[in-house]
Ligand binder design. Structure first.
Ligand code: FEO
Length: 393
């Protein structure tokens, strides 16, 4: 494999994982990339590595430019194995390399994984001179691990941003302007929703720190690099980090015999009637990561489940457990469902929504058996009231 030049003497040497379809519970329908960058200067520097099982691709791309043993520094912005997994292998191939990592968490994580290597721990604001260029390290703790940092090269105006601004998106075009922009923006949103959503405050603080930098290129840890649409991705991160929601509804459910599904369809249609676009997700048929991407910027979240053995359906339980961990902000929600006799699922769903801080905007909708036209009409009236109460005309 060949290195891809991104600037004079700076190359993409990462790995493209076209067939990745799962990333710790996140469905990655467009694959991903693990981005690593090689800087040829007086001191040859590698920024990040790749997943351990993709090390051969990294090594062959590096070898297309230099003798790998000549690497002087390996900067590890983040110790998660998708970026740091090949450090053990690289340390053997680059005996002279010093591994730059954040203090104390990066060094601690790398030591736990790879044992004692030649580490140099850095703090926020530290600078490393590599010849004609300098590398400035800026820690961004909990974006999204304690060890996370980004690296800025002022001479090139490149920000090596690790997970921030990334996307799980495999393509042959390395830059934003070489790909379909709406697709890239969607994947960036999906990435933020599924990985960074719990850390909005940290993302907001990081954006404030990064706003002082003059950035020409954001060299991400995943997906495409940003050079033509930097303002767009920064503005999107600003909105996402504060939990800005749009006047939209997301209706999510699982249904045993289609009655809960009928209620879901009525709810979606009733929102639309009120001028509130609604999206409709049967959890049996949609990747959860896409549902999360839709819900995290939607003002309204309706969650429905039939009752099975006094519980909610497992797909709904999984969804609620997943979004609870993501700490969603600023949503109005309610529960609904059809049931045969007990109907416990609907109360359980409502409890989970409350427990994750979602403001309940409507009494739970409970229907025994198949909803009648009159019951569906009542549901429609209820959605009208929700829209009017919460300020939507
Ligand atoms: Fe892409 Fe947090 O690793």
């Amino acid at each position: 494999m060949q290195a891809v030049k991104i600037a004079d003497d700076i190359y993409f040497v990462g790995a493209i994982d076209w067939s990745l379809r799962e990333f710790h519970g996140y469905e990655t329908g467009r694959g991903s990339t693990y981005n690593a960058y090689l800087i040829i200067d007086d001191k040859i520097t590698l920024i990040d590595t790749v997943k351990e099982d993709r090390a051969d691709e990294l090594i062959s791309r590096i070898a297309s430019v230099i003798d790998i043993a000549a690497i002087d520094y390996i900067v590890s912005n983040h110790a998660e194995p998708d970026h740091a997994g090949s450090i053990g292998k690289l340390a053997k191939l680059c005996p002279n390399a010093t591994i730059i990592t954040s203090a104390p968490h990066g060094q601690k994580n790398l030591t736990a994984r790879f044992g004692e290597l030649k580490y140099q721990a850095v703090k926020s604001g530290d600078t490393l001179n590599i010849g004609k260029r300098n590398l400035q390290f800026i820690t961004v703790p909990m974006l999204h691990w304690p060890d996370s940092m980004v690296t800025y090269c002022p001479e090139e105006k490149i920000l090596f941003s690790s997970d921030a601004f990334g996307q799980h998106f495999a393509s042959t075009g390395r830059f934003d302007d070489e790909n379909d922009l709406p697709t890239v923006m969607y994947e960036a949103k999906k990435y933020y929703a599924n990985i960074l959503m719990p850390y909005g405050k940290q993302a907001h603080n990081a954006l404030a720190a990064l706003s002082k930098l003059d950035i020409k290129t954001i060299a991400t840890g995943h997906g495409v690099l940003w050079r033509s649409h930097i303002l767009s991705i920064l503005a999107a991160y600003e909105r996402w980090s504060v939990g800005e929601v749009e006047d939209r509804a997301v209706v999510v459910f699982d249904s045993m015999w289609h009655s809960t599904e009928k209620i879901a369809a009525e709810i979606a249609d009733a929102f639309a009637e009120q001028g509130i676009p609604a999206e409709f997700f049967d959890l049996k048929k949609n990747p959860m990561a896409d549902v999360v991407a839709a819900m995290f910027t939607a003002k309204y979240l309706a969650v429905g489940s039939s009752t099975l053995n006094n519980q909610m359906l497992p797909n709904v339980a999984k969804f609620l457990c997943y979004i609870k961990g993501l700490s969603p902000l600023h949503h109005l929600g309610f529960a609904f469902g059809s049931y045969g006799w007990g109907g416990q699922s609907i109360g359980l769903v409502e409890n989970e929504l409350k427990a994750m801080g979602i403001e309940i905007c409507a009494e739970k909708i409970r229907v025994a058996g198949v909803p009648t036209p009159a019951q569906l009409d009542e549901i429609r009236q209820k959605i009208r009231a929700v829209a009017q109460m919460s300020g939507t005309p």
